[in-house]
Design a protein. Sequence first.
Lengths: 628, 225
Amino acid sequence: MRKLALKDEILMQIEKPARYIGNEVNAVMKNKEQVQVRFAMCFPDVYEIGMSHLGIQIIYDMLNKFEDVWCERVYSPWVDLDEVMRKEHIPLFALESQDPVKDFDFLGITIQYEMCYTNILQILDLSEIPILSKDRTEDDPIVIGGGPCTYNPEPICDFFDLFYIGEGETRYRELLDLYKDCKACGLSRKDFLKKAAMIPGMYVPSLYDVMYKEDGTIDQRILLEPGIPEMIEKEMVTDVSDTYYPDKPVVPFIKITQDRVVLEIQRGCIRGCRFCQAGQLYRPVRERSVEMLKHYAVEMLRNTGHEEISLSSLSSSDYSKLPELLDFLIENCDKKKINISLPSLRIDAFSLDVMNKVQDVKKSSLTFAPEAGSQRLRNVINKGLTEEVILEGARLAFEGGWTRVKLYFMLGLPTETEQDICEIAELCNKIAAVFYETVPKEKRTGRVQIVASTSFFIPKPFTPFQWASQRTKEEFLDKAYLTRTSIATQLNQKSIKYNWHEADVSVLEGIMARGDRRLNQVILKAYQKGCIYDAWSEYYKNDVWMQTFEECGINPDFYTTRERRDDEIFPWDFLDCGVTKEFLLQEWHRAKQETITPNCRMQCNGCGAARYGTGVCLEKREEACHEG
Amino acid sequence: MKVRIKFAKYGAVKFIGHLDVMRYFQKAIRRAEIDIAYSEGFSPHQIMSFASPLSVGHTSEGEYFDIEVNSFTTEEDVQKRLQSVMVEGFDILKVKLLSEGEGNAMASVAAASYLVSFKKEMSLPRDWKEHLLAFYNQKRIPVVKKTKKGEKEIDLKEGIYQLEIEEDAVYLLLDAGSGSNIKPGFVLETFFNMISFTLPEFPFHVHRIETYKRKVDGSLSALIS
């Protein structure tokens, strides 16, 4: 029987000990003597969050299909165990073997949001791996980062030996073979990293230096090793129907955030909303074949025993074979009493009909994401959703028996005025009015419930808004206040509930999102002062962060409120996400002119992703493709 | 048709709480493709009833639950199919098709037997065994038991059906009826308290050996006999 890394006494005194014992259904056990590479794959947040992430499941499954590799999982110990491990000097361990992470060949960390940066340091620290890449020795694992935040890896580049830019399915085999060869030849860690830098998609930050201008912006990047690439292009799966996908995902014992089978139906998005980073990074949109999806749906449900399946994509309504897939799922799931969950569907007659079949209308709510209150501002952000479409969707929904509507908006978008904010309240009011017009008095079981939520807009790299200035905390709060008071003046205000996101954490996220190498020291220092689990509001210490910026002599406004010049060199400009900077700049100008850009299926706008020769770029459109 | 399943829980999975054990078996039944019956309504759930919750940290070779099935192959087949989808730490020990009119697992539970072993590193008072026998041989053991509603005084002796001292462990047969359930840890804590001995944190390991129902003649028999 497996021996656990933690003693019974410890497991009995901490919350949810099942987070740390491994042994779940479909967890992969191998003989460590019979593998050549041991890979610890980490999601730097608590188990319930990390286990809900599809990307890790895909890579975990792929690496374990390689016979010479054993990939195991690592998550952030919760604060209670963190304290015990530090006190008793227990090194962080992987769930499957319960062996210390420091004995592995690789520690892979997926970086999904900026607010997990201090948790990365916790993982390294508890693993007893030197926090700074430059201090690591031949005995330490190679620390490799991946995921969306690596599209600006610079604020955390001192902590990683290597970043994998792009989708994980393509280059791991090559990287691991190189590692084995280097080990067999007795080459050093440094030699391996130099060679790895030559593999497409790999970024070794220690081989580059950055020079700054007097105004603090970047002057140029310097290559410290001859022959290494100046630009690093993202990795991308060209055929998403013939690639790795888990047929036996790990089934946790405890309830996790995403406690269901997740079927990723497509990657990318045709829509090109100008605030959305994912919409640019995963271009072009690539659909998985409906045959593949049917096969995996059946297999995954059979192998996990889950009672729910969820479709995953950035915009499920745009999947071309959605009716066929849903018919198949409804028929197969109904007799097995399996629920189907359909996030990210556009509200129209088709989706309401499907939802009516798979959900309890009385209990479920409908979600619209207009993102902005006015049509003017929706044109600025290129959100192709009109008031007419929203009100018509709401009318159909109310006729169908729904009484709860959720609405998502952003505050602080470029060019936003008070008028735009007031229109958020007016839109909510109009939706409520549609309910009272549509549903006769005798059929109402209560009043309609409209929940409006606002988040604060944070400009992200590789979006048309990467040049934009972010609003200050005070401005954010004023905007939330204005939203609240505008809603309070509406006729149907009693039917509208309003929630807003915290402002100070949005400021820090904005700093990190467009930060540069000078932030490494701030993150390290904030961690040393006890910042951890910044994504959890109960642990977020804004005053400590702000004090640390001051001590490091760094003005946070440089990263947030400053509007960038068109020709500024950004810290992430050496990465190529498939979409050109020229296209993004053109989109930034069009945004300021309130001009919308058609989606990829209507017309090719020449973003640059057509070079991959796959997905929507190959579809026949009425208009000719601008790219060669 | 109602089917009773007996299982063991040991090793790392002893840290899985009761609700999660139920969820684990719901998923296992789907993986094993057992033709379980579902409740009516918009969110149907499997018809399943667990005999007696086991505390986190305890192991057992006498756990039970009942399920309602639409069709049934054989006891061996169901056992084999369920066992094939278990993880280390859960073993399917027995499967029995219940006869009509048999009460469900939870309502049937009358008693449970336990082996409580002291941690090796723990130093017990030299004469603890004599003291424990004396404790057990009292006519009445009045104690205050904490319940959901508050505190009430009970006679602990009534809930202890049997107590035997082994090498470094104590065998206990205790009342496990709903409302009158006695936890093995409570018995020993009460005893050590009475002899004014302070126990360290997590002083012993509890292993459930069997869960019993009461037969018409008043005697106890295992839930699957």
